[in-house]
Design a protein around this ligand. Structure first.
Ligand code: ACO
Length: 309
């Protein structure tokens, strides 16, 4: 969907969307395609690139806020569709920071030795929960999935540090009020958009810049590197202005930031792995490069990861 498509739907303009967000297009899943289908495709491509047979995957961590079902987890659906006979599989629900949370879980499990080959996938069917009557949010979101395989190694490489933090007191700034057990659907009533995403964008904007900055500094310090040593920042692609403000704080030049928000919009937990995969497949990330990933979203929940490639 292009900005021109949105001009026909709500009172907005290409000029407003581009100047306030940096978004020009988003991808919308086709009829009958769900988050698990996109996740399967992403996981297959990740395993193919890693040369890892399905049988060797011993854990699948799937980040999403748009599962196919309320029960069971989307991870179990993907496990069955892919055929991962030796894996355990579970979901994490951390909105836009879900993939970073997944990486942190993978790091911890690999360090304990419990699992050795872990698929981490972020997948979102956000068009199913976007409110296409609300111009302040609907123009932001797109559908996508991205995946990585994390495995144990003795090489001088890997996930050096992760940082996670949340503050549930601001949960109503980004939520779907109706449809859970507290506010169930009332049969025969119109939910009036309360069953779709509501976001107080300008409130979140300020906290996002501040906390993504702190989260980035935390992993840089924990990894024992200087900010100048960061070769790539792969941030959550929610808003170009947030990303610009963030890297200014970190004193990292924009040519070290991988951006694809223009093409996809905000794809929540898929955003970071989607950008990472694009940068990797374009050959932009070299062995030994320090890559900083950082995200912020509903919960509120935010996090970062520092990887030596
Ligand atoms: N087209 C035209 N005008 C619009 C649109 C639109 N699509 N949307 C809002 N406006 C108007 C508003 O109505 C308002 O008008 P008013 O001044 O007459 O009241 C004006 O534009 C400014 O609105 P703001 O909300 O203050 O605009 P802002 O500059 O903050 O941009 C945005 C909004 C893009 C949502 C921004 O606040 C943002 O990106 N916030 C952070 C989002 C984020 O990072 N979320 C976390 C991740 S998402 C997740 O977890 C799923």
């Amino acid at each position: 969907m292009t900005n021109a498509d949105f001009e026909k739907l709500v009172d907005t303009s290409d000029e407003w969307i581009v100047s306030r967000t940096g978004i020009r297009e988003r991808r919308i899943a086709g009829d009958g395609i769900t988050g698990s289908d996109m996740a399967v495709e992403a996981c297959k491509r990740a395993l193919d690139m890693a040369g890892c047979p399905n049988e060797e995957v011993d854990l699948l961590v799937l980040a999403t806020v748009t599962p196919d079902y309320r029960l069971p987890s989307n991870a179990c659906v993907v496990q069955e569709k892919m055929g991962l006979p030796n894996a355990a599989a579970f979901d994490v629900v951390s909105a836009c920071s879900g993939f970073i949370n997944g990486l942190s879980i993978a790091k911890a499990y690999i360090e304990t030795g419990q699992y050795r080959k872990i698929l981490v996938v972020g997948t979102e069917y956000l068009s199913s929960i976007a409110n296409y009557a609300d111009r302040s949010t609907c123009v932001l979101f797109g559908d996508a999935a991205g995946a990585v395989l994390v495995e144990a190694t003795t090489e001088d490489a890997g996930i050096r540090s992760t940082f996670l933090k949340s503050d549930g007191s601001m949960r109503e700034w980004l939520w779907i009020k109706v449809g859970g057990t507290k506010y169930p659907y009332q049969k025969g009533t119109d939910p009036q958009g309360l069953d779709k995403i509501y976001m107080s964008g300008s409130d979140i904007f300020k906290v996002a810049v501040r906390e993504m900055g702190r989260a980035s500094q935390a992993v840089i310090e924990n990894a024992g590197i200087a900010p100048e040593q960061i070769r790539w920042v792969v941030p959550h692609q929610a808003n170009l202005r947030i990303i610009e403000a963030l890297v200014k704080r970190l004193n990292v030049p924009m040519d070290r930031v991988y951006l694809n928000i223009e093409k996809y919009g905000n794809t929540s937990s898929a955003s970071v792995p989607l950008a990472l995969d694009e940068a990797n497949r374009q050959g932009l990330i070299a062995r030994g490069d320090h890559v900083l990933m950082v995200a912020f979203g509903g919960g509120l929940f935010w996090g970062s990861a520092l990887v030596k490639w």
